[in-house]
Design a protein around this ligand. Structure first.
Ligand SMILES: *[C@@H]1O[C@H](CO)[C@@H](O)[C@H](O)[C@H]1NC(C)=O
Ligand SMILES: *[C@@H]1O[C@H](CO)[C@@H](O)[C@H](O)[C@H]1NC(C)=O
Ligand SMILES: *[C@@H]1O[C@H](CO)[C@@H](O)[C@H](O)[C@H]1NC(C)=O
Length: 705
């Protein structure tokens, strides 16, 4: 009898998943974890998954370098060492808790600091693991850091549109700076969270993103440990008030209409940020009345992928929120972006003001579009990248069966690498791979190849609208300021790292860790190609059978070295900002854009005479110096001196259209992919090029990064 009773008590205390029968439920961590921990796996399932991961990760192009990464000059442990196979072997497959197993794999993935590497529950497959998708953790506030580097907690009434109770201390102290969290510097909690849970290499990027994920997220995307979520957070404000709070969990019901809409939207947008937080928020918050009728709105609202404006402050602003065009009607989305970019070019051509470009939490997308942005700002940049794939059976499959990876070209002849036979055949470039060594570690990759965007951007074809002109009114690099929060991911980093390498603009950091080092502030992360969805390529794979999906980095890119003998991918080469400003928040309001305008003015003014002594690529372009350059097709400017002022040393910095600037050898080399430049010479702004594209529409559609 007693036993029965005990049994009964145990059952009634333990909440099974099917007891959630509302549209949603706000729950304690312990109670929610009773459901989460009841989602089961088996030893066989776990072992199958580990085996599957090992096979697929043969494609993972950064797998070798991770075992022994070369370090940057400023640190000997900036890049962490990870032996993926060894770590996979260590995973405990005996567990029957799906969450435990899943968390172990996520921890391994985080340790690679590569957010292109993703192993995730694919809820559309509707396997038992999809139960996890419906759990959302949150705190009743968001974090705000003002420009004086103070932290504030902003009460948050309706996460996911669901009303919650906000402790009155939070409400009352909204305007009081936080003094400590858990007895420490309040920024530590963000730093530590970032280091522990954000799969990003740069500490500033970790911080930028951790600020969001600390206060809310989905447990399928970030499976935080129950112990972490159960740890109380104690806050004291500068006025002496204090509060201790805990995380709570919202469990959504599958048939909750709002949730269905979110799933629908995230499906359309693609996988990279499947179930992003913003989807669930009311996005109208920045569209306040005061903003509706001023010069900043409605041209530039957060819903636009891209927008531009020019204000009475005499600064042109370009904001690119995303390069993402995945989902339905990719061509239309690309065209909308390009049409808008064309309008922006017209706008910027209508005056001589400097240009500021703002990237805030830009998580990437199409490199076609990011290359277009770079080309508009800095027309002499080379946007024909150099890259390689790792030799493996599944790599061949990906290239043959899918169009995720754009075509590759022979850098010497500009001929396409894979022949369009059926089946596609691979040549020397693949069968006779390059061997790169990182200490004892061997990295076997296809011969470096070109990934061509320049021609594509400037040539109307295949239903893609033409970027009808490059800017007539070209700005000098010292008249262009590009803002990055360091979480300028994937396609976004192709722009910022490209501009940095070519000296095309002044790159400025904002957001990030207010007290972190400027010398560790990277302009962007992961200039690589990934595939987000192996289930799309390999329809019957073992991971899919269990309800999972995998995304990974497939192609690494290299610095622009026309001897094509680079060995370290740009993913492991840091590019740092030139300047830093104290702006820790971005939204598209007049107030914030004005702050950026003010900073831009100061920076442009500074660069009249001063510069970044660590950046020799950004020169002060000048006609007098240009005349002194007697290398054919070459142009130049004054280099930055070691004292941080422009020197009188006149150096070559770029070459005529149709030529590429070979920095290592200080010469201009003919671009084999472009016909001799006579045809584009006649224009004044409109660059016309012959349609001689070998790319297929497929190649364009799938620039998913
Ligand atoms: C979801 O919520 C509805 C009411 O909104 C309820 O009828 C249904 O049983 C719930 N479903 C589950 C699986 O809990
Ligand atoms: C946002 O604002 C627009 C008009 O400004 C309105 O039509 C729309 O319904 C609003 N959306 C939400 C989610 O409130
Ligand atoms: C590439 O080759 C050139 C010429 O052979 C050599 O001078 C240069 O050091 C090499 N660069 C790298 C990164 O190996």
């Amino acid at each position: 009898m007693i036993n029965l009773l005990l049994l009964f008590i145990t059952f009634s205390l333990s909440k099974q998943c099917n007891e959630y029968n509302q549209g949603y439920e706000i729950d304690t961590v312990d109670s929610a974890f009773e459901c989460i921990e009841s989602i089961e796996t088996t030893e066989k399932e776990n072992e199958d998954i580990i085996k599957g991961l090992k096979e697929y990760l043969e494609v993972y192009v950064l797998k070798d370098i991770l075992k022994n990464p070369p370090q940057p000059s400023f640190s000997n442990n900036y890049y962490e060492k990870v032996d993926i196979d060894a770590e996979l072997n260590k995973i405990n497959t005996k567990t029957t808790s799906m969450y435990e197993f899943y968390s172990q794999i996520q921890n391994l993935i985080i340790s690679t600091r590569d957010s292109h590497l993703q192993f995730y529950v694919d809820y559309e497959l509707n396997k038992p693991n999809s139960e996890l998708v419906y759990f959302y953790y949150f705190l009743p506030f968001t974090l705000y850091i003002d420009n004086n580097k103070k932290m504030y907690l902003i009460p948050r009434n309706e996460p996911l549109g669901i009303p919650i109770d906000v402790p009155e201390e939070i409400v009352n102290n909204e305007k009081v700076a936080v003094k400590t969290i858990n007895g420490e510097d309040p920024f530590n909690i963000i730093r530590e969270f970032g280091k522990k849970y954000m799969g990003l290499k740069c500490p500033h990027a970790q911080f930028t993103l951790a600020k969001d994920y600390l206060v809310e997220g989905y447990l399928n995307i970030l499976p935080l440990p129950k112990e972490y979520l159960n740890t109380p957070i104690s806050i004291t404000w500068e006025n002496g008030e204090s509060l201790t709070i805990n995380y709570k969990i919202i469990k959504l019901n599958r048939s909750n209409q709002k949730f269905q809409q979110v799933l629908e939207r995230s499906k359309r947008r693609g996988i990279r940020d499947r179930l992003r937080i913003e989807d669930l928020e009311e996005t109208n918050k920045t569209r306040t009345k005061e903003n509706e009728n001023n010069e900043y709105q409605p041209n530039c609202s957060p819903e636009n992928k891209i927008c531009c404006l020019t204000t009475s402050n005499k600064i042109n602003t370009l904001i690119v929120n995303t390069f993402d065009v995945t989902g339905k009607s990719v061509t239309n989305k690309i065209n909308e972006f390009i049409d808008k970019l064309n309008e922006c070019v017209d706008l910027f051509d209508s005056n001589n003001y400097p240009i500021q470009l703002i990237f805030s939490k830009n998580s990437g997308g199409s490199v076609l579009l990011s290359s277009a942005i770079e080309k508009i700002l800095s027309p002499y940049d080379d946007v024909d990248y150099i890259g390689s794939v790792r030799i493996s059976d599944f790599t061949e499959d990906i290239i043959k069966k899918s169009s995720y990876i754009e075509s590759m070209y022979d850098p010497e002849t500009c001929e396409r690498r894979e022949q369009e036979n059926n089946p596609k055949t691979f040549g020397e470039w693949y069968s006779n791979p390059s061997i790169i060594k990182y200490g004892d570690v061997e990295h076997k990759v296809s011969q470096p190849s070109k990934i061509i965007f320049d021609k594509l951007i400037q040539t109307p074809s295949l239903g893609i609208h033409q970027l009808k002109k490059l800017m007539k009114n070209k700005r000098k690099p010292t008249e262009i300021v590009v803002y990055t929060d360091s979480y300028c991911y994937s396609a976004c980093s192709w722009v910022t790292k490209g501009l940095k390498e070519w000296g095309g603009a002044i790159i400025v950091g904002f957001d990030g860790d207010p007290y972190g080092k400027d010398e560790e502030f990277e302009v962007g992360l992961s200039p690589s190609n990934n595939i987000p969805d192996i289930n799309d390529i390999d329809k019957d794979n073992i991971l899919k059978q269990y309800g999972y999906n995998l995304g990974l980095t497939v192609r690494e890119t290299y610095r622009f070295n026309y001897e094509y003998n680079e060995s370290i991918p740009r993913e492991f080469l840091t590019d740092m900002i030139d300047e830093r400003v104290n702006i820790y928040q971005f939204d598209q309001t007049e107030k914030v854009i004005k702050e950026f305008e003010g900073e831009t003015k100061k920076i442009i003014e500074k660069y009249q005479t001063k510069c970044n002594p660590n950046n020799k690529r950004l020169v002060k372009r000048d006609e007098k110096c240009d005349k002194e350059i007697n290398i054919e097709h070459g142009h130049g400017g004054y280099e930055c001196g070691d004292n941080g002022e422009w020197s009188t040393k006149c150096v070559m910095a770029y070459c005529d259209d149709g030529y590429k600037f070979d920095y290592n050898n200080n010469k201009c080399i003919e671009d084999v992919c472009v016909n001799p430049p006579t045809e584009s010479e006649s224009d004044n702004g409109t660059t016309s090029m012959t349609v001689n594209l070998v790319m297929t529409i497929i190649g364009i559609i799938t620039l998913i990064l």
